[in-house]
Design a protein. Structure first.
Length: 157
């Protein structure tokens, strides 16, 4: 089978981790058919049991990724994702993402809450910080293509 851009199979396979080393199942499912462990992505708890815990609506509530951290997800009364909290395993910054309708906000334990983007049918709008760069040879000025009422600039993406 030919690969796109002449990338060899061995090169592609070096980025894929076979979690069970080819000797067992890489995926584990619960009685409802929900994925509870993916050994290829190190989604499991330390004892090798379920790495994904589901709520009463069969939506993922907690995901444990060995070596990286834990993702806790909360949902609103309609079952829409409301908040995602990633806690790094090695004591790094906790990243909190909040989803309110089409608005997405993000904060960490070291940075205050900030708008990340606004989603809509045609794409999303992300805030842009006006930036001027000049290395002595080339200069660039970056600004958004939408002016908001608070004077900030945004762009379509």
């Amino acid at each position: 089978m030919p690969f796109k851009n002449d990338i060899s199979a061995s090169l592609l396979l070096q980025f894929f981790k076979d979690g069970s080393s080819g000797t067992g199942n890489d995926y584990v499912y619960d009685d409802n058919g929900n994925l509870v462990a993916d050994l290829n992505k190190e989604i499991k708890n330390l004892s090798g049991a379920n790495g994904i815990v589901y709520n009463h609506l069969d939506k993922p509530q907690q995901i444990k990724i060995v070596g990286k951290g834990t993702i806790n997800i909360t949902y609103d009364a309609d079952g829409s994702k409301f908040r995602r909290i990633f806690t790094a395993e090695t004591g790094g910054a906790t990243k909190i993402t909040t989803y309110i309708n089409e608005y997405v906000y993000e904060e960490t334990n070291t940075t205050p809450i900030a708008a990340q983007f606004i989603s809509f049918e045609e794409g999303r709008i992300r805030p842009v910080t006006l930036r001027n760069e000049d290395n002595g040879l080339d200069a660039i000025s970056l600004a958004g293509n939408i002016t908001l009422s608070n004077g900030k600039k945004d762009r379509f993406q």
